[in-house]
Design a protein around this ligand. Sequence first.
Ligand code: PEP
Ligand code: MG
Length: 585
Amino acid sequence: MKEIVLKGIPAASGIAYGPAFILDKGEFIVPKRIISSLEVDSEIARFEEAVNNAKKEILALKAKINQNMRPGHAQIFDAHLLVLEDALLLDQVTGAIRETELSAEYVFSSVIKKFVEAFTKIPDEYLRERATDVNDISKRVLKYLMDESKLHDLDSLQDDLIIVAHDLSPSDAVSLYNKKIKGFLTDIGGRTSHTAIIAKSLGVPAVVGLKDATLQINNQDDVVIDGKKGLVIINPGVETKELYIKEQHKITISLKKLDDLKDLPAETLDGKKISLMANLELSEEISTVRKYGGEGVGLYRTEFLYMNRLDLPSEEEQYKAYRNVAEAVAPFAVTIRTLDLGGDKFISSVQIPKDMSPFLGCRAVRFCLERPDIFQIQLRAILRASVHGRVSMMYPMISGLAELRRANAILEQVKHSLRSENIPFDEKIKVGIMIEVPAAVMTAEDLARETDFFSIGTNDLIQYTLAVDRVNEKTAHLYEPAHPGVLKMIQKTIDAAHNEGIPVAICGEVASDPLLAFLLLGMGIDEFSMPAALMLSVKKMIRCIKFQDAQRIAYEALQLTTGQEVEEFIDLQLHALMEGYKAGG
Ligand code: PEP
Ligand code: MG
């Protein structure tokens, strides 16, 4: 078989090989099957039975989680049941089976497609959203009409597969946790999409933005992923495979070498100590923080606790999760970020409008300010957990002082009620903000006076500064971390923070690139937070350089006028430094 090479966007480095599994969640391929006129009645009976089974399944699901649900959540199931009882839909399907003499699954999926299309054209946003519900219901029915093995159910996936999908939502990626997936490939997406971030957190390579990987790769095709270069090789020949096995071996050896740095301090040759922390998406991953020598958690993305479930996590559940993390990283600190839903992260329990431009829509702190009921529960849980370790918290996507004050006002109310209930919390808990919106940079002096620390979220700051969607592969080449406009934003943020005497951390993906980390270090970043597995290579860089050189080179880099010039300059300078230090012993 011919070897085919696809080039995409490198999203998580590493090498993997194995059989491909095409995860086409959106659409089931339902073959057109003609039946005989004698089969019509039994086909209709089969359809009715499938609908009944789907209804039973929904009722059972509803009963199972009823105890934990709030009344609003039961409505999701009730709405699904109503669709399955819709006489118009049922009559249309049975009528068409009779008329066309085509199989129940084919007719049902054609009718449902028309329903979905009709929904997507409704101007009312809420009703338009219901198309997803109808799709979900259709899958439940189709499961009973078709050979199960043809349907893709994330829960029943076998181990050691390379998942190939058109798109993979962050919640789908999270649901693959514990599944021993070898890697991810997607047609769309950018390098800082949350799916890419989850791949890093699961420690598997990923290539995104491959455009038509789902068409080029077939189920069970042998596939090699080179996550660093963003390459995918379909049907690799013996030589290619050997080459990659060798490459993987080399990577394993160099990672083992890095392991020796685990317990050494992140300190420059001229004695500047840097705080190296880990980003955390799933509390189950907490052991990786210490495994890679992390000094705590600089960004705990709590929204993943809300995903892949029909209810919202209760205060108690959140408290336990935050407390576990705080205790596990002690004596080091954890910075818990309040809910950052929206953008590319959605959950089932709350209908967030899927805005035309979701990253510019009701996202992060905006959502929390609109839903103080949900926000307060999280704040209570964080505050309660704060007595069990060194806990600080921060709000994502703050765009100015008014927003910060509104969030803080809710926090004060929550503190007040905890005090009146005699529930302890750390009265001195540090409250910071993420700097991800250009308006926050421009007002950073004011913000710095009313907050305890900044944490720069470059994944978003880059997309909002350059007007480049972080999950759109078509504009991925314009997503330039070293763009002078971005660097000036970062420098302004650092200066504002330091003028007001507060520290500034960085927790976007750039922090994990040793080259950019070197530049950021020279610019004055106090704390670095990144995917746990990448901390050691940044530590290696820190331990090989002098802070004063980093400062000098960063100053020069900031005088340059294009992103490419900056990257080339830093690359050259860093390598020259390393060589020089080596030569000088
Ligand atoms: C960022 O925007 O850089 C960040 C760390 O937050 P997230 O990637 O979760 O949006
Ligand atoms: Mg962000």
